[in-house]
Write a new protein. Structure first.
Length: 372
């Protein structure tokens, strides 16, 4: 009689819920074929703790509800990571998993990896090998440290594999086995393909009084922009100019709205179509219908590429270099002049590019977990 593989999945932030949905679905399909071969125990750290950022994703994406909630949100980086580490460690000791599965580059990711490494439980890291080479980003620190202690490094692209090789991987890992670098493709591409049909059947741009390819979609959430008055005001100044040509739709967190008002710059919001944070499926619908996307989100850069919508990235670097190399993405930072110049020159590339796999990354991840 074969022994079940128990996987402890660590989640905490909105992008991780989307990625985990695809892998959890692949686990369910595997269990249907192999009579419950894998047991997945889901831990929600509470890093994103409000309904719009958390609960709605489990409902909307049909993710199995968490077995444990740690409620570690709304804290500073050190306090949050420490509280998560303590809670996850207790659960690892209690559940005795065969693998810890972590996603991306959040504090939840790092806490899960640290807890597992201290207890010598093999770590599988989805989205391994991404690099911005900006150590001022907490995400860069989190992903580098997580990669270093992981046993299975599931890379989304060939570039990610090369990044790790340049850093000297594979190293002997904590459980005395060599690390495995595996280019499985991008689970976000799996999610986009899976949910695209549901979005088309469920959502209409008319609910926002928008027409197909008749508006610009923008998102802002990174602290380097939202906590920096000079950068944020520069971005909003550019959005005001763009709004004279096309409506600018901006799902904006209330905290960012408050910051703009506190700085006495409320007028910069007046010409924009401000929405409250939207669900994943709603965001996919808005992305698919947009003429151009402006964002500081890593995930949205890729989703723009998947939906074949030109993207302007409001950062000084990107982990998703393939989107830039293909001509679908431009990196402009927060400069008003650069944003407007990129908007004026944006065009759709003629060539088609496939960098992120074939839409089966999740099933490949499950296969490799079973083999190891």
């Amino acid at each position: 009689m074969s022994r079940k593989l128990k996987i402890l999945t660590i989640l905490g932030a909105r992008p991780q819920f989307i990625k985990a949905a695809t892998v959890s679905r692949a686990i369910s399909l595997q269990n249907e074929k192999a009579n419950g071969e894998i047991q997945e125990v889901i831990v929600h750290t509470g890093q994103h703790y409000d309904t719009k950022m958390s609960d709605i994703f489990f409902e909307e994406l049909n993710i199995p509800h968490p077995d444990y909630k740690l409620e570690c949100g709304n804290l500073n980086h050190g306090s949050m990571t420490g509280k998560m580490l303590e809670g996850i460690e207790e659960l690892v000791i209690k559940e005795k998993p065969g693998h810890i599965l972590v996603y991306g580059d959040t504090n939840s990711t790092l806490a899960g990896a640290l807890a597992a490494s201290k207890l010598q439980v093999p770590i599988a890291h989805v989205e391994a090998g991404l690099r911005s080479y900006n150590m001022a980003m907490p995400e860069e620190v989190n992903r580098i440290l997580t990669d270093r202690v992981s046993s299975l490094l599931f890379c989304p692209t060939a570039t990610a594999v090369e990044n790790l090789k340049k850093e000297g991987f594979p190293y002997p890992s904590i459980n005395k086995k060599h690390q495995k670098l595996l280019n499985v493709g991008d689970v976000m591409y799996d999610a986009t393909l899976f949910y695209m049909k549901r979005v088309k059947n469920t959502f209409s741009l008319k609910s926002w009084e928008l027409g197909e390819k008749s508006y610009v979609l923008c998102t802002l959430h990174r602290a380097e922009n939202t906590d920096n008055p000079e950068r944020l005001i520069s971005i909003f100044t550019a959005l005001q100019e763009i709004a004279k040509l096309l409506p600018v739709v901006l799902p904006l967190h209330p905290r960012t709205q408050k910051l703009v008002k506190d700085w006495g710059k409320s007028k910069l919001l007046k010409s924009l179509t401000i929405l409250e944070p939207v669900s994943y499926l709603e965001m996919q619908g808005l992305e698919m219908g947009a003429k151009v996307i402006l964002t500081d989100s890593g995930g949205m850069q890729k989703e723009a590429f998947f939906h074949k919508v030109p993207c302007i990235t409001l950062r000084d670097e990107t982990e998703w270099v393939e989107t830039v190399q293909s001509g679908w993405n431009q990196i402009v930072g927060a400069s008003t002049a650069k944003i407007l110049e990129s908007f004026e020159t944006t065009q759709i590339p003629e060539d088609k590019f496939e960098f992120y796999g074939d839409g089966t990354a999740s099933s490949k991840i499950v296969d490799h977990l079973l083999k190891n």
